[in-house]
Write a protein that binds this ligand. Structure first.
Ligand SMILES: [Mg+2]
Length: 118
């Protein structure tokens, strides 16, 4: 089964996503900031990354760029907030494959992941 890396500094959100993905049968990894996301990506090579934008230590855009620099085929979905349109634009230019606006429905997350894995 595919491996998904959840990156968000909000623990409740990681827990929520972990539950959803675990129920769907995915192998789930978590990171609470961008720099941990980059090191976990290099180590574990997840199939899909769900990446928050605003995080301490290293933000999601920087982590996205480092991950895509390391693996141009990386599939990264950005988790954005309303009003972060400029971030979305830069993320897409930097290689993000999709973005999901918070708060999101479970169904939206699953569709985005299925699309990238198919
Ligand atoms: Mg955050």
């Amino acid at each position: 089964m595919a491996k998904i890396l959840i990156v968000d500094d909000a623990e409740f959100l990681r827990v929520r996503l972990n539950k959803i993905l675990d129920t769907e049968g995915y192998e789930v990894l978590q990171a609470e900031n961008g720099s941990k996301a980059v090191s976990t990506y290099k180590e574990a090579r997840p199939d899909v990354v769900l990446m928050d934008v605003t995080m301490p230590e290293m933000d999601g855009l920087t982590a996205l760029k480092e991950i895509v620099g390391f693996d141009p085929k990386a599939r990264v979905i950005m988790l954005t907030a309303l009003g972060q349109e400029s971030v979305v634009l830069e993320a897409v230019k930097s290689g993000a494959r999709d973005f999901i606006v918070k708060p999101f429905e479970q169904d939206r997350v699953m569709k985005a992941i299925h699309k990238l894995l198919s």
